[in-house]
Design a protein around this ligand. Structure first.
Ligand code: ASP
Length: 336
């Protein structure tokens, strides 16, 4: 399954439509409430993003965020997360994190306790443990069941191509096959299991932050890193423009930096809905069948979203909290 949590927080500027503001991907109401509560209790937009993403990691939102989801080809769950301070452009990210549940916390530690931007794999786990994050098994009965059923189904679907034995019918181990078929077989998407959380938070002073958290793609090849921990892909934030976050087929979407594109378009004056639409359209031009959605918000408190229409995915839902909504409100956009 594909999973990621993206968080963006914006605060209303004078004359803004609705600041402070929290927007997050998918109908993850508890995440939205947690982010909003962080702002209301005096926390920063970074706190709001972290709390929102953390809530989803603890709740295992739809099984696609946090521990116990998206087992890889060996049955292990690994996590990706990102946090961005749109005031300072500090970024912290972690990818292929193993045995540590609090991925967004580790991403924030990378941002605040190192001069690096992205740590990956076993070394990221060692860093996390050094920083006091407990090492725990991320496997659950649910992820074990997913893995077992996948093995029983002959390792279908999987992300291999141009290898032998034929990955469409056989499990590995695989070796390079003869030739290379130049086709664009869409990844084995399970639309029901796509739920990265991305959070945007904007304060009343116009400070912007964004973040994501996900357990990636079901049955991914070990070592696979998706879009969610990549600045500009999974999320982007700049307090001089706004923020955006993406969810969906990260292997495709990360090639087009949709979050960066959307923020740059908002910087140029595009409304958030139009910016999101343009970001989705850019990917769609090359991959009409890609699965994905983008949320956008600007520093005046306006927001929007867009998604690529597919059979079984006609609409995309996201959460909004502002002084106007007085609580998490569910919004839906028709995909195009
Ligand atoms: N974008 C995430 C990834 O590719 C998954 C998702 O959002 O559903 O890892």
């Amino acid at each position: 399954m594909w999973t990621s949590l993206v968080c963006v927080v914006l605060v209303t500027s004078p004359g803004g439509a609705s600041l402070p503001l929290v927007v997050n991907t998918w109908p993850f109401k508890e995440a939205a409430a947690a982010a909003w509560e962080a702002l209301q209790s005096g926390g920063s937009v970074l706190d709001a993003v972290e709390r929102g993403c953390r809530r989803c990691e603890l709740d295992q939102c739809d099984g696609s965020v946090g521990f116990g989801g998206s087992p890889d080809e060996t049955g292990e769950t690994s996590l990706d997360a990102l946090i961005i301070n749109g005031d300072t452009m500090e970024v912290g990210a972690v990818a292929d994190l193993r045995r540590v549940k609090n991925a967004i916390g580790v991403a924030r530690a990378v941002m605040e306790r190192t001069h690096h931007t992205l740590l990956v794999g076993e070394s990221a786990s060692a860093f996390a443990e050094d920083m006091g994050f407990p090492a725990e098994d991320l496997t659950t009965n649910k992820s074990k069941g997913l893995y077992t059923r996948w093995l029983q189904a002959g390792c279908q679907p999987n992300y291999r191509q141009n290898v032998v034995p034929d990955p469409a019918t056989s499990c590995g181990p695989y070796r390079p096959g003869p030739g290379r078929t130049p086709h664009r077989r869409p990844p084995p998407t399970d639309l029901r299991a796509h739920d990265t959380i991305g959070v945007i938070a904007i304060s009343g002073k116009g400070q912007v932050a964004a973040g994501t958290s996900t357990n990636g793609a079901n049955h991914k090849i070990p070592g696979r890193v998706g879009d969610s921990p990549i600045a500009g892909a999974g999320a982007y934030a700049d307090s001089s423009a706004g923020a955006a976050a993406a969810t969906g087929d990260g292997d495709i979407m990360m090639r087009f930096l949709p979050s960066f594109l959307a923020v740059e378009l908002m910087r140029g004056g595009a409304e958030p809905s139009a910016a999101c639409t343009a970001a989705v359209a850019r990917t769609k031009r090359h991959y009409p069948e890609f699965f994905g959605a983008v949320i956008c918000a600007n520093t005046t408190g306006h927001y929007g979203a867009a998604c690529n229409k597919l059979p079984g995915f006609p609409k995309f839902s996201y959460m909004v909290v502002s002084a106007e909504t007085r609580g998490p409100s569910l919004h839906t956009v028709d995909c195009f």
